[in-house]
Design a protein around this ligand. Structure first.
Ligand SMILES: [Ca+2]
Length: 581
């Protein structure tokens, strides 16, 4: 696909030397040798990509998982994040940054494709990003970059089959002989070092398990010791696995029991330590090679399970946590599926949204006690502070290498989280600011303004096109995100009038879209006439849904019209017109 775009656009052509980072399926049906020869005769040979910037900076993307926008020290002094504070001081805090989908797979796929979930194909958890969608690493490779992803990918589901195989599914996760041989290319990344488990989840395996085994051996410990730190996959995941693959899982799967809040893993073996060490190794390797790098350090925390080793598990006291004090009738003016989260019994309501047999994530009872929420919150904060320490390890390494001026650094997360806000827990089919608004810091020392804060709207779908622009690679017209460098470099405080978010879990039974502008926010559905309309200026906590309020029907119509226009504006143009007809 890339080759075709490029040859037609003439802006950015393929690199003459070196293989593609990832083979991209050709959609050119007229690829007969005689046709190729004729095309070359008429149009000539493709030229290598020429960078459009004087010097190409390194690009370091650091992400957490499920860290709602208030879960950072600069928004909540109760949470200690000294390294994120340090990063923010060097750059700009974005107070109005949004995800384009409130769950992992769709949002993460948007980060690397610059497309919305309805466009790149991975529209829900449990789906897979099609391998033929061009990714940022493919383009950066053409522009001379080395790229690596360390940590969480989640571009593929936990289950696969022969038609839709998944490298991130059982039992491949635990086939360590495979992971010894495979380090990418993966979705445009030259190199991928992967894991799939949050905390002690049984999905542990891949490169992370190999790293733990090597580290244990190096330290003269039992190389199987790690298996006690994670849950035995046999407990939940053996369905549909062949006897041969069951043997693989018996051999390489974890052997531990589920843990709660305090994790028995020694800190130096934690995912955070692995990600920091391997991100630094990939960065240092790229620095040695002289190529500019794109490295994504993709942390797993503070996504549940609420689990962290000491001393982080005791760093925050439940008694000291401020559990949101929300009116009991807060959700009464919200669509049905919000209201049903407050039932003690599920009574089958979730089945309404269960067309594919896997339901909609998070549509169940959200009730928990204030005490449980406080305990969870203390661990959630501990997970954030621990991750912050390892973000510091990566920043220290860059600083020591004298690369801060040569490196654009972005910190963000894939989507938000609830601990009691609106009586909700975690995530799902919801579109509150806690779900969609994300922490976001952009730093490029000596190039971009420092110590700045802006309310300019920005979306995760803008990361790929903006990174390409900064790397001197033309932004492909196929990307739906936009280049927001004028906002990042301080030229302007506003590039976008709106951001869009999608949440499509079931083909016809659950599809939610949200359009957010500076002041108003509208959420509408394919499967119901209910909806949400908020005035974020007068009602920043989103306690008064104006959707059915007779006084606001004109506003609702105006916002629907704006949303329709935004929907049109987000459509990519496959290619430029080459002639009048
Ligand atoms: Ca996530």
């Amino acid at each position: 696909m890339i080759a075709k775009f490029n040859s037609l656009i003439g802006l950015c052509t393929l690199v003459g030397t070196g293989a593609m980072a990832q083979p991209v399926t050709s959609v050119n049906h007229n690829d007969a040798p005689v046709v190729r020869k004729e095309v070359e005769k008429v149009y000539g040979k493709q030229l290598p990509v020429k960078s459009q910037v004087a010097s190409q900076p390194n690009i370091l993307l650091i992400t957490s998982d499920q860290q709602f926008w208030m879960g950072v020290g600069y928004n909540n002094p109760k949470i200690k994040t000294p390294n994120l504070d340090r990063l923010a001081k060097m750059g700009t805090i974005y107070d109005r940054a949004y995800t384009c989908n409130p769950v992992s797979t769709p949002a993460r796929s948007s980060i690397i494709t610059g497309l919305y979930p309805s466009q790149h194909g991975a529209y829900a958890l449990g789906t897979k990003l099609p391998e033929n969608v061009p990714c940022i690493g493919d383009y950066l490779h053409q522009a001379g970059y080395t790229s690596a992803l360390v940590g969480k990918a989640h571009f593929q589901p936990l289950a696969g089959n022969v038609v839709y195989p998944s490298l991130e599914g059982y039992p491949v996760l635990q086939d360590l002989d495979f992971w010894k041989q495979y380090n990418g290319p993966f979705y445009g990344f030259d190199r991928a070092e992967l894991a799939r488990d949050h905390g002690d989840e049984s999905h542990v395996g891949q490169h992370y398990a190999l790293w733990m085994i090597e580290k244990l051996k190096k330290e003269g410990r039992n190389p199987d010791e790690w298996k006690q730190w994670f849950i035995d996959p046999k407990v939940i995941q053996y369905a549909n696995v062949s006897p041969e693959m069951q043997k693989v899982m018996d051999k390489n799967g974890a052997k531990g029991k589920p843990q709660s809040r305090v994790w028995n893993i020694p800190e130096e073996y934690h995912l955070n330590a692995w990600i920091a060490e391997r991100a630094n190794a990939n960065i240092n390797q790229a620095l040695k090679s002289g190529n500019p790098f794109f490295v994504w350090a993709s942390f797993f925390d503070p996504h549940p399970p609420y689990l962290v080793p000491e001393p982080w598990a005791s760093m925050y006291q439940p008694d000291d946590m401020e559990v949101p004090d929300v009116d009991p009738d807060d959700l009464d003016d919200m669509p049905y599926h919000y209201r049903m989260t407050q039932q003690t019994e599920v009574k089958g309501w979730g089945a309404i949204y269960n067309e594919d047999g896997f339901g909609v994530h998070g549509l169940g009872s959200h009730l928990s006690t204030k005490e449980q929420k406080a305990k969870n919150m203390a661990i959630y904060y501990g997970m954030i502070s621990m991750m912050d320490k390892y973000i510091g390890v990566i920043l220290d390494n860059l600083e020591k290498a004298g690369q801060l001026e040569n490196t654009l650094i972005v910190f963000t997360t894939d989507h938000g989280h609830h601990i009691g806000t609106h009586h909700l827990t975690a995530k799902g089919g919801f579109a509150f600011e806690e779900d969609l608004r994300v922490p976001f810091i952009v730093t490029w020392k000596g190039h971009y303004p420092a110590g700045r804060r802006t309310k300019g709207l920005v979306s995760l779908v803008d990361l790929a096109p903006t990174f390409l622009k900064i790397a001197g690679h033309a932004v492909p017209p196929t990307m739906a995100g936009i280049d927001v460098t004028p906002l990042w470099n301080g030229e302007t405080e506003k590039v976008r009038n709106w951001v869009l978010a999608e949440n499509h879990f079931q083909r016809t039974k659950f599809y939610q879209k949200t359009c957010i502008e500076e002041r108003y926010k509208i959420t509408w559905y394919m499967h119901t006439d209910e909806g949400e309309l908020f005035d974020l200026e007068k009602d920043p906590g989103e306690f008064h849904n104006l959707w059915d309020n007779p006084m606001y029907q004109m506003l609702k119509m105006e916002m629907m019209h704006k949303a329709l226009k935004a929907e049109m504006a987000k459509e990519p143009c496959w290619m430029p017109r080459l002639g009048p007809a």
